[in-house]
Design a protein around this ligand. Sequence first.
Ligand code: ATP
Ligand code: MG
Length: 440
Amino acid sequence: MSLTEVRRLDATEHGLTSERVSPNALDVTAKLQAAGYAGLIVGGCVRDLLLGLTPKDFDVATDATPEEVRDLFRRSRLVGRRFRIAHVRYGRELIEVSTFRRAVAEEEDERAHSAAGMILRDNVYGTLEEDAFRRDFTINALYYDPQTEEILDYVGGLEDLESGHLRFIGDAATRVREDPVRALRAIRFQAKLDCDLDPEISQCLPEAASALAAVPPARLFDEIQKILMSGQAERAWEFLVATPLRAALFPGCDPNDPLVPRAMRNTDDRIREEKPVTPGFLLAVLLWADYQARVADLLEEMKPAEARGHAATDCLAEQQQIMAVPRRFSQFIREVWQLQERLIGRQPRAIHRLAGHARFRAAYDFLLLRAEAGDTSIGTDEEAAAITEAAEWWTRYQEVSESERKTMIEERRGTAPGKKRRRRRRRKSPASTDGNDTAA
Ligand code: ATP
Ligand code: MG
């Protein structure tokens, strides 16, 4: 059965040359074709190339089964259960090879779907045409055949790409019910490609938000990480905040928290400048207001240091129910938070050690962010001033020579919280902070 007419564009029409395709992906398609299988470049990479963007990775589609692909490529292995594919490794580059699949109707196989209509397994193979229709967005369902240099479009993806339209293939509500993560993908592509969301997509976002609870937390974290590290996090966040998805993902986050967009802009800038980034930092920012609120509550029952420890544990544990934040990141977040008070308190004995702490740089960046953005979770003006003062102090500390650092520490010795400090310091008000309890 033919679902639709395929649109074929040759090289002169689409302008995409195989020089822009990863040689490794070309190697995969060539070997597949030489072995008698289909081998096509597909998905986000074709979309990105047509838009003049550099693809993050290259995906290949084939009619060979995952096992057949594995037998054909020495450096390959099979991954995924819900969606079984072959990974072919070329040094640091990984080519994902997926077998043509078809959508399985709920009536056809009940076990392939949850009661809510979510796809639990997606391993029924099909034809190229069926494979096009089971993909999420029209612009993600374009195939490039390196041998003929043709682009194949079964779903009107080329037209949507030209007009900057993000549209699901088929009924949006059904596609989101099948896989609520597609709603997050929509937001990510909207931000990355600067395209318009089809109104049908916007309409089904509330339903998607409630359905996210049924998505395995590990998969949700993967998708969140992609959004945070997309280089367009600030814009994606702006979109997320305007939808119920924000509350489903980060219930404790204040949508008006000024720290969040600012931190995301920093991260986006760093990605553009090819500086190292970590999702841990943005998660620490996203969860900060919730953490602070918990600290405030717990302070009624326990000492500050203890309250902070418990607040961090509770906050992270609750977030883990939604998305599986890997341990290395949750540890990072915890450390960055705990270092805040110590950086503000600047106990003279601890300064040298603090500056050498593995998380110093991240914690300092966090402090700077709080000072610059006007952290709304800060109680009093005095506390806000203390943060600004500490941030400036640490900035200077990092800029000056070793001997000047010693002087700075010496100065701090004379300024243990209280009167002495007030006399010595001429300009800034001392604004004692609750960071002074760090020795507790
Ligand atoms: P990018 O690599 O820039 O994140 P992408 O579109 O390539 O974007 P991938 O996650 O690499 O995204 O997926 C490759 C292709 O697989 C997609 O273009 C799409 O055709 C298909 N796909 C991925 N996830 C889904 C999904 N949840 N539902 C349907 N199709 C999907
Ligand atoms: Mg991809």
